[in-house]
Design a protein around this ligand. Sequence first.
Ligand SMILES: Cc1cc2nc3c(=O)[nH]c(=O)nc-3n(C[C@H](O)[C@H](O)[C@H](O)COP(=O)(O)OP(=O)(O)OC[C@H]3O[C@@H](n4cnc5c(N)ncnc54)[C@H](O)[C@@H]3O)c2cc1C
Length: 154
Amino acid sequence: MRDRFRLDYVDPAEIIRKTGDFYEYPNCDREPLPRWSFGRVTLLGDAAHPMYPVGSNGASQAILDADALARHLGAATAATVEGALAGYDAQRRPATAGIVLANRRGGPEGVIDLVEARAPGGFVNIEDVASHEERERVVRGYAALAGFGTRSVP
Ligand SMILES: Cc1cc2nc3c(=O)[nH]c(=O)nc-3n(C[C@H](O)[C@H](O)[C@H](O)COP(=O)(O)OP(=O)(O)OC[C@H]3O[C@@H](n4cnc5c(N)ncnc54)[C@H](O)[C@@H]3O)c2cc1C
């Protein structure tokens, strides 16, 4: 590992060796919930869908929740707060459940795993390992799932 991870300006292995104390924080998620809304109360962000923070997700999804919640509460079609929360729930709960489950398999950086699996000894031209289209499919597929497509971000 040390031979494979060299930088001109710093020695990462040496930094690790000279570090006295290490703190470990587990990444946690939860199974998607069957409902978020209870009367006039609902959930949002990590309280609603704690997920592995891969693919720039977690806080980003909380922001999309907030946007959706504001829209549903402000929509003329929502006659009651309960109705607005039901609409919010129906929009955001399935979307974020998919991301929670997808994040257990990793995010767009899966493209790195793909290249590593095919070329464990390294490569000269990445195109020989995975084409641009294939790499883009992995990254853009995840971005679309997460609602990060340029057309879907409000
Ligand atoms: C290592 C790591 C890397 C991450 N990287 C990213 C990233 O790149 N991109 C991204 O989008 N997300 C990332 N996340 C996820 C992101 O940090 C969370 O999804 C986000 O902070 C969730 O926001 P939230 O407001 O829902 O919850 P929180 O940020 O947890 O806020 C909840 C707040 O409520 C307070 N609170 C709890 N109980 C009470 C109580 N009883 N009374 C009053 N206050 C209370 C807490 O102290 C806290 O301040 C990462 C997370 C981790 C751990």
